[in-house]
Every structure is written in C-alpha cells, then in structure tokens.
Design a protein around this ligand. Sequence first.
Ligand SMILES: *[C@@H]1O[C@H](CO)[C@@H](O)[C@H](O)[C@H]1NC(C)=O
Ligand SMILES: *[C@@H]1O[C@H](CO)[C@@H](O)[C@H](O)[C@H]1NC(C)=O
Ligand SMILES: *[C@@H]1O[C@H](CO)[C@@H](O)[C@H](O)[C@H]1NC(C)=O
Ligand SMILES: *[C@@H]1O[C@H](CO)[C@@H](O)[C@H](O)[C@H]1NC(C)=O
Length: 520
Amino acid sequence: MARCCGCSVRCCCWLLLLTLVALAVTATVVFIRYRNGGQVFPLPGVPDPKYAEALAVALQFFQVQKSGKLVNNEIPWRGDSALDDGKEAKLDLSKGMYDAGDHMKFGFTLAFTGTMLSWSVLEYGGAMGAAKQRDAAMDALGWMMDFLINAHPSDDVLYIQVGDPKADHKCWERPETMSEKRPLTKITTKAPGSDVAAETAAAMAAASLVYKHINGTYSSSLLDHAERLFAFADKHRGSYTRTFPELSAYYNSTTYQDELLWAASWLYHATGNRSYLSYATGKNGKEYGDLGNPRYFSWDDKRAGTEVLLSRVSFFASDGSDVAQDEGLGSYKDTADAVMCILLPESDTAAFRTEGGLLYVAEWNSLQHPVASAFLAAVYSDYMSASGKTELTCSGKSFRAADLRKFAKSQADYVLGDNPMKLSYLVGYGDSYPQRVHHRGASIPADVDTGCNGQEWLKTPKPNPNVATGALVGGPFKNDSFIDDRENVRQNEATTYNSALIVGLLSGLASTSSVAQSLS
Ligand SMILES: *[C@@H]1O[C@H](CO)[C@@H](O)[C@H](O)[C@H]1NC(C)=O
Ligand SMILES: *[C@@H]1O[C@H](CO)[C@@H](O)[C@H](O)[C@H]1NC(C)=O
Ligand SMILES: *[C@@H]1O[C@H](CO)[C@@H](O)[C@H](O)[C@H]1NC(C)=O
Ligand SMILES: *[C@@H]1O[C@H](CO)[C@@H](O)[C@H](O)[C@H]1NC(C)=O
C-alpha cells in the first residue's frame, strides 16, 4: 500500500483537504480582521432586514441629541449648541448628549447610555457592521466618551451635570438658541456620588474594550479614567441624590452598591485583573447583589445586567478553571437564569405582560423595562448557543436559547408596530408613529428663536415640525393604549438611554448572531 506522510493515500488526501480548509478559514479571518480595522467583532450571521432597518432608524437619535459643535451634521434642523458648557470650570463640556426632550446633561443616565452602547457594539459589532451601522454607533460613543473624559479632570472630581433642571424645565426652546445659565455640578471626596462615578467607570471600561483594537491610545486613556473613577467611587461612598437631594426629583438613585458591582464587572472584562472579579463575587456580591432574587434592569438598578455580564464568564470558562469554580460567580449565573425565567412567558415564574404581549413593569417610560429585558434575553440566548450550554431550567421546566430569542423578538416587534395600537413607538420607523413627541428641538421650527418662552410650541395640538428620528418614546399604558400628546411626558418623551437599549436589542436581532467567547 502506498504511504504518504506516514499514512494511507486516502488519509493523505484528507490531510490535504483539511490543510486547504484551514488555509481558507485563516484567510477569511485575516480578511475580516482587515475589514474591521483590526478589531475582530463577532461574525454576523444571516441578516434580518427588518431589524437592520429599524437599527438604522434608532441610531439617528444620537445625532438628534448631540450637544456642542456638530461635525458632519445630517439632521437639517440641528445646529451647534451649548458651546460654552464647562467654561466656568475652564473645561470643555460642550459635547455629550441631551438627556431627553430637555437640554440637561445628566451624568448618571449619560454614562449608562455609554455603557449600554458599548455593550451592544462589543456583542453585536459584527451585525452592526453588516447593516452598515457600526460607524454611526462608534460616532455616538466617541461623542459621549470625549465628554466623560473632560468631565473627570482629576482623580476625585467628576462633573456629573450640566444645566439646572429647574431652569431648564421652565423653558421651551431649541438647544441652538437657549440662553439660560448652564451651571455645573460636581462630586468630590466631600460630596460623594458612588453611583454616578461607578456608572461612569463602567461606561469608560466598556468603551475601552470597544476601542482596544481600533485606537489604543484612546482605549488606554478610557481605561485609566475608569480605574481611577472606580477607586474614587469605592473609597468615598454615597449616593449622588443623597448628596444633592434636589436632584432626587429627576433620576433618583435608589442605591449605589449596584453600580459598584456593575463597574467592577466591566473592569474585570476590560483588564482581566482578578481583584475586580473578586470584588463583585466576594463579600460585596453577597451583601449588595441580592443574589437569588430576579430583578429588572434599568438606569437605576444594574443588578440584572451585572448578573448577565458576569454569567458571560461562567458560560465561556473552561471546565475546571479557577473562575469555573468561583462560587460567587455561580450565584450570579443562577440569578441570571432566574431573570430569564421571569421573562419567558411559558415559565411558571413568568412576569406580568399586557394583553398585547408587552412585559409591563412601570407606567412611566413603560418601554424601558421590556426593551432592556429583551436585550438581556437576546444576549443570554447567544451566550447559550455560542457556549453549547443550550438548556435553561425554570422550576423544573426546560427552555432553550431559541425561546429567549423568541421573547426578545416579541418585545421588539411590539415596539415596531405589532401591538393593539398598530403604532410604532420608534419614531421614524414604519407608517405610523407618534407625531407629538415631547421634545423641544423637534417641536419648534428651525428658523424660530423663542428664547425661553416657546411654550406655544409645547401646547399646540399640531404635529411636530421636525421628526426626532430614532426616538423611542415612553410607551403604552398597561391596557396597551397610548395618547400622542406633547404634554404627556410619561408616555411621549424620548430619552437618550432608551435609544441605547433599543439599539442593543435591534443589533442583537439584526442577524442570527453568535457572540464572541471573549470581549477582549
Ligand atoms: C484616537 O482617538 C483620539 C481621540 O478621539 C483621536 O484624537 C485620534 O486621532 C485617534 N487616533 C486614531 C489613530 O484614530
Ligand atoms: C429616592 O430614593 C431614596 C432611597 O431609596 C428614597 O428614600 C427617597 O424617598 C427617593 N426620593 C424620591 C424623590 O423618590
Ligand atoms: C488589580 O487591580 C487592583 C485594584 O485596582 C490593583 O491594586 C492591582 O495592582 C491590580 N493588579 C494588577 C496585576 O494589575
Ligand atoms: C387605559 O389606561 C389609561 C391609564 O390608566 C386610562 O386613562 C385609559 O382610559 C384606559 N383606556 C381604556 C380604553 O381603557
């Protein structure tokens, strides 16, 4: 019998074939690396044009919300604004984004927006790229990170707010013509805000991973800020809305411990430094994590997000490794499972949903919880598929990754118009969407300078002259109804962080996706 490389001819052919396949795979990977500018984002699967189209719409809201001197602005009714923000402290705080229909820059929600947008790019940057939307996401992310870097001028000082919410909310005007004072609020060792400092650390750590293979200098700078901010947050403890009680009327932070755990988890992913993991899984996790109790993820409560983010480590850890044995980490994973169980409509612990099928947690900005939950479900289902650990057990019943993805899709479909109102809650998507979004800039014609007193544009029943494309409005009542009235803030105001959540969800659904095993 003829021998070749120590085995039979048939074997030799197989070897040759395998070598060719290996070469082809290597070439493809090299090509993709090249195409992505060095960053290996997870490979996109089969595209889904519906969600890709909605993603392109959703991302535009970040352009609508930009403060500062605009670059390549494509929103015809937007222009430069707030150019002097930060000047009183000799800082450039002109960038960043307005929080909602107002012109406040609230650091707590702005940072959360940055964390969520980063997470979305990290898991689904490949799908975003295939939909030609990654540049838009990166542009928005950079605009927020430039602001956060400038807002942290020294170790224990972080500017957490630009504008006075009372003065701001009294005015109805375009950002381009606003004239009221823009005071700054900062946290220090004597005026702590562990929640906002830790959320900012989380945002910068997550963004540092996004930029790691794209812009190493920028990535290192973000990571350096993140580590120093986390140390500040941990050492000088307190909640920013206890330090500044007048701010509790806006984004009241219920506790700060959840942000500390969340930031430590992001820092672990960004640095690989085990001390951050131990911070979250050790004593702090036991004391503050409320592990075992499933909760909803939101700008105020980061626990469900932390559980999913840390379960990433469990899913992809090799059996027998140190982390695979970490008991604390196991508790996070078990709690993440429990979160998924309340989301699955067929599980015994399923949470309430409306007749139209929307997960319903709170009336004010009702879409934030279902959209955030659906994002987590999409991510979790992809962790399950990509790790081969495809079964989830909820009180004895078994579920699969596909069940979670089905839930995620059901919530996205509801948002996009598959609901009793037949209304798309994503402005600019579909034929029918809210026309009177509570949004100062969208409601006033671009050539009108109202000063502070443009209230006639708030009160008019006419539709907005400008479309706030990409705005995800608050959403329906518990009975699936919705009133498209500009003064109906609980239902009809758009927020920038809502957009980060829907961007994450839509990018997760924009293709059949498989997430990467490692974020770095
Ligand atoms: C990296 O980011 C910084 C800050 O945005 C920018 O000034 C610089 O040009 C970027 N470098 C590269 C190589 O893209
Ligand atoms: C803010 O949260 C704290 C802590 O949960 C609570 O005691 C306080 O009543 C809340 N304030 C407002 C205005 O909701
Ligand atoms: C890990 O992080 C901790 C806390 O910031 C720090 O003290 C330690 O030096 C870091 N370890 C390494 C190996 O970088
Ligand atoms: C739906 O609920 C809202 C808020 O509770 C209520 O004002 C409205 O009348 C209800 N609509 C219907 C059709 O029941």
